[in-house]
Design a protein around this ligand. Sequence first.
Ligand code: OXD
Ligand code: MN
Length: 591
Amino acid sequence: MKAFINEALARNEAVFAWVHEMAQLCRPDSVHWCDGSEEEKELLIRQCLATGELEELNQAEWPGCHYSRSDVNDVARTEQLTFICSRDKNDAGVTNNWMDPQEAYRKLGEIFRNSMRGRTMYVIPFMMGPPGSPLRKIGIQLTDSRYVVLNMRIMTRAGRIALDDLGASGDFTRCLHGMADLNPERRFICHFPEDNTIWSVGSAYGGNALLGKKCLALRIGSYLGRTQGWMAEHMLLMGIENPQGRVRYVTAAFPSQCGKTNLSMLVPPKSLPGYRVWTLGDDIAWMYIGPDGRLYALNPETGFFGVAPGTNYKTNPNAMETIRRNTIFTNVLKTDDGGVWWEEMGPPPPHGIDWAGKDWTPESNRPGAHPNSRFTSPLVQCPSVSPEWDNPQGVPISAILFGARRATVAPLICESRNWQHGVYLGATMASETTAAAVGQTGVIRRDPMAMLPFIGYNVGDYFRHWLDMGRRLRGKAPKIFHVNWFRRDRKTNKFLWPGYGENLRAILWALERCEGRSKAMDSPMGFLPTMDALNLSGLDMPPETLKAILEVNPDDWDEDLKDQRELFDRIGDRLPGELRQEQDDFARRLR
Ligand code: OXD
Ligand code: MN
């Protein structure tokens, strides 16, 4: 290891100087440079088992898997403590919390000061995006959490590979992370887009602490994407192979916990023989315009940080297979035989230790797993992993889906009239909130492009960037659709659409539309499948139900339009006029 460090430091003055400066601030007892080797992983795991940071699972049943329980106050993203620290407040925009950069460095600096005494500071060089990709980015994360190191090793290309790629360059994202005392009062996740820097303190939760993910790949990524002409989006990436063997690629943006992981690993229903889904990513897509003028996408990550509850062999068999090995389970229930369990996984065990470390039985009357409990698993373990998953060029995109969780209002699927209208549909997305972020669940909030908590700059400028990308794609832009798998019956409140594998039916219609095939009818919101256009073979769906799922009811939209207008008004003068125009046109069509 020594040789590796010396080599790296001899080559890169900027890395050395920065690590030194941060170590002076945090004062760890020692500094460990992560090389990404298997020996290093074994060592970290042994140490974690000794300190209790990880618990052993039954290695015969769950080979290479470990269990982690977080602090009970540290179980989800904390959006209220997440800041964009641009020099000008207006550059953060109305959807972000803002802190003056100097103030943020000072405030967090005080919390970081001496906070690693008695601990080791790990230096994790990591790469987002496949080696050789025009979009790949290098980050270096400093952290005093071994759990974070082990997770980063799954979620990113971590270690030597990243430092080698960086060479002598100073072009890397400076990611400082520290647990401090895990006190929510002293927890801040700050992004300094103009400095390509992230400081996160007081949390070890994935979305707050694995800085390659939301912080770099989305917030800093979206900022870099705008300045460099590409896009960082909260989207899954999947391939759909038809019975003739042709694969087309789709990205889909859904808010957290709305089924991106399930959709990306979808197993086609038996009644759609010959189709196959290929998984490339379940959370983040980076997109750029390729040499042929088309939009290409790649997944910057190498793993899944998926929501456990609700995952089972019916809802997502590919995820269940993926997580059988080399997985870190966080805040699920640990069974007495060294296994794991969560709500809806299958029959509950008679007894276990719950996510908060307490005895649990099915009679306990509270969840055994935290609703935002997670698995961290390598992407390559997924049975449906696409052979293209680490193609440095990415894959060409045929369709973009914007999806929301809405009990009413939005139809199963709706095709936008053109790119600009599609951007409007994305910009005005709204969804019911979930447990992925601290706060009330189940309330409707506007979540533009499912990026509300992740846009690293002014949302008005973000919309402008989307419109500009469409212009640059000049007729080669993918078609944009809005989807909603979560519509409910007005009377019974039951879901109208079966979801999961059956969602493929809506996507197949979208892909046919991309090729100018299949039938559609006009509606105020956009084009809907005609009653006979969706392939519903083998699905027992009464026509009334289908009609209810596809309904666009002007009365329902009144409230929503008001709320959309409020968002647009709040955005103010950075809102592109084109979107206001689209909104007016929509209102007119509804009337
Ligand atoms: C996630 C999230 O973890 O969106 O992917 O919260
Ligand atoms: Mn996400």
